[in-house]
Design a protein around this ligand. Structure first.
Ligand code: ADP
Length: 292
């Protein structure tokens, strides 16, 4: 269970532009409910560096991602959060100037190994983007798209319904499955994209600022959905919204960048510790709004 999920938002403003987290508003729960206590790790980044041409955007990252938990990446703009996220499912391979070093283990398998097919990686590690991007197709076809490409042999109607139910969208759309995915509201479109992602049953879902184009109500719906989804999936989310990280995640990774503009990890810890008891002064300065 998410230790912060019962807490009211530290600040009713959820667009991230507000002041720093009011630390006193986050209740402390001492029992070891954290996903990082005795956690089983599904993804491990070992000494990962990311380059665009000769520019090193991210350096020497070691992160462990706990299974069935939500890990948030936070840090100032440009510190490499999205770069690192996109590296986890080898999306950045599509950028010609891009290369990475180090190892990323998914269930112990090195995703950078020569024998590994990046398309297969993207099936196991799905991605939800900042701006909802439904295909210009019917709702049904949006969800059925991935399974069809993968040659899914089961009952497609059931799979589509199950995926939409899991994305908390079924009740909104069950009577208009032929309608275009583009005709939905922004929040519904994002839930459709989540349904499309989970239809191929990935192990990990990466989310790159999935709420930054949404209103506060839709934002909270997505956060509630994430809390549901972590029972079956592992989620890594990039967010510029510290309140969101505090509310929605179990573990937080704080990144910043050095004078050479290379991003690096300052601290990874239980979310409650990052926001109430950070070990590093840089983390404290960032979460208290003194910097960033
Ligand atoms: P964040 O998500 O923390 O805002 P990004 O990962 O988007 O940071 O960017 C990290 C650094 O990499 C920035 O200096 C950015 O300009 C650079 N960068 C991002 N994408 C590209 C790209 N496609 N080509 C070259 N540089 C890039």
């Amino acid at each position: 269970m998410n230790m912060l999920s019962e807490a009211p938002p530290a600040d009713p403003q959820v667009d991230g532009s507000g002041p720093a987290i009011r630390i006193a508003a986050v209740p402390r729960r001492d029992e070891a409910t954290s996903a990082t206590a005795n956690a089983e790790y599904i993804v491990e980044l070992q000494d990962v560096s990311c380059y665009y041409g000769s520019f090193r955007a991210v350096r020497n990252v070691d992160i462990k991602v706990a299974k069935n938990a939500i890990t948030a990446l936070i840090g100032p703009s440009g510190c490499g959060k999205s770069t690192l996220l996109r590296t986890i499912n080898r999306m950045n391979d599509l950028i010609p100037s891009y290369r990475s070093e180090g190892r990323i283990l998914l269930d112990g398998q090195d995703l950078f190994a020569k024998s590994v097919d990046p398309v297969a990686v993207r099936r196991r590690v799905g991605m939800v983007f900042q701006k909802p991007n439904p295909f210009p197709k019917s709702l049904y076809d949006n969800v059925a798209f991935g399974p069809r490409i993968n040659g899914y042999k089961g009952n497609m109607d059931e799979l589509v319904e199950r995926s939409l139910r899991r994305a908390a969208l079924w009740d909104d759309v069950k009577d208009k499955m032929k309608q275009s995915g583009m005709a939905l509201s922004g929040g519904q479109q994002q839930r459709l994209c989540i349904a499309r992602t989970i239809a191929v049953n990935p192990e990990v879902i990466l989310m790159d600022e999935p709420c930054s184009a949404l209103d506060p109500r839709s934002t909270l719906q997505i956060e509630e959905l994430m809390a549901e989804l972590k029972r079956d999936y592992t989620i890594v989310i990039v967010t510029h919204n510290m309140q969101q990280a505090a509310r929605a995640s179990d573990t937080t990774v704080f990144m910043t960048m050095g004078d050479d503009r290379a991003g690096y990890v300052v601290e990874q810890a239980r979310t409650i510790d990052i926001f109430t008891n950070p070990k590093n002064q840089l983390t404290e300065d960032y979460v208290s709004g003194r910097f960033g």
